[in-house]
Design a protein around this ligand. Sequence first.
Ligand code: PLP
Length: 378
Amino acid sequence: MIYFDYNATAPVMREAREAWLHVTEKLGGNPSSMHQFGTRAAIVLADAREKLAAYLGCNPNDIVWTSGATEANNMVMHHFSKKLAPTQKVFVSAIEHPCVDDSSKYYFGKRVKTIPITRDGVIDMEWLTAELAEERPGLVAVMAANNETGIIQPWQEILAMCQAYEVPFFTDAVQFIGKLPCKGLGDCDYVTGAAHKFGGPRGVGFLKIKPRSQITPLLLGGKQEGGRRAGTENTAIIAAMMAVLDVREKQISQSQHLLRKVWRDNFEAQFLRALPGATVIGHNQPRLWNTVSVLMPEGDRKSQWVIRLDKAGFAVSTGSACTTGKEEPSHVLSAMGYKSAQAQRAVRFSAGWETTEADWDALLKAVVNVHGEMQHKA
Ligand code: PLP
């Protein structure tokens, strides 16, 4: 089976397993304990914090470990719901992951102003420029890269605009971190990430907060993480996450992703030639090097594609959230102006660092075969 669903979750890397075992077996105390076991565990945490801060370009004190990005994203919305005046608005992009989208609606209701998306899948910067000139929201939330389409959002530009207006800027960088350089993300006021998208374990992530500020805890009952998140820190999975981020940052610094982008681009070019009527979403936009989000030719249904490719030995996805077994239409594609019938044809191929050129070639062959089978049946 060849795995093309890295944006959902990535296989756990050997480095993560080794780091986890090492910390569990050798450094397994509670980091809040005063004895030597505790001190050793506290050192593991402090080292991990320093490393992550160095990659992001921020102060280690601004990092809070969490159980993943869903928790971290909820923390941001919860915090601002306590902090902002009751009438103050928040601007949230139309393509956020449900854990940002739903939590912002839960905490702010009608006070959420949705930042529209262009047909190309990018934040409508004209809209944002005009709105920020008119009013100061309490928070602007725009993800760094979208999980369904891989389209990279202009977070540096948005950050500069927010800084000019002194509005806090929050970016969910879950799909960006571990694929592209972290550097610069630390300048954003709030940043979230999750290990399992880049080869670390599931159930661990972080929130980077604004320097010299506090965050209202979501979990109460302990003074861990400087009183910002109660609960004994899971030092072993935090160390595992950082062991893999080390590998990823090294691969990125050696520009290893550029070759992988070439393989992805070749796949796309051949795919478009082989399947007339298919579309690559955000084809001309800056995108993550691993993601291909497509609309299959008319008449095809995405679920059939996923099932048939699964039978052929390829794990692919429809891209949009499917947590209950019943799939909702993609809010990302509809924000881009695609009709529901078109979104029914969306399939996402998302590769990882371990994916080879031969894997892309094999996927192309399988896609062409499945397309042939479907035409034959029709
Ligand atoms: N944000 C984005 C962009 C994601 O893709 C995901 C995972 O699907 C999340 C947040 C949630 O992350 P976690 O699984 O760590 O809770």
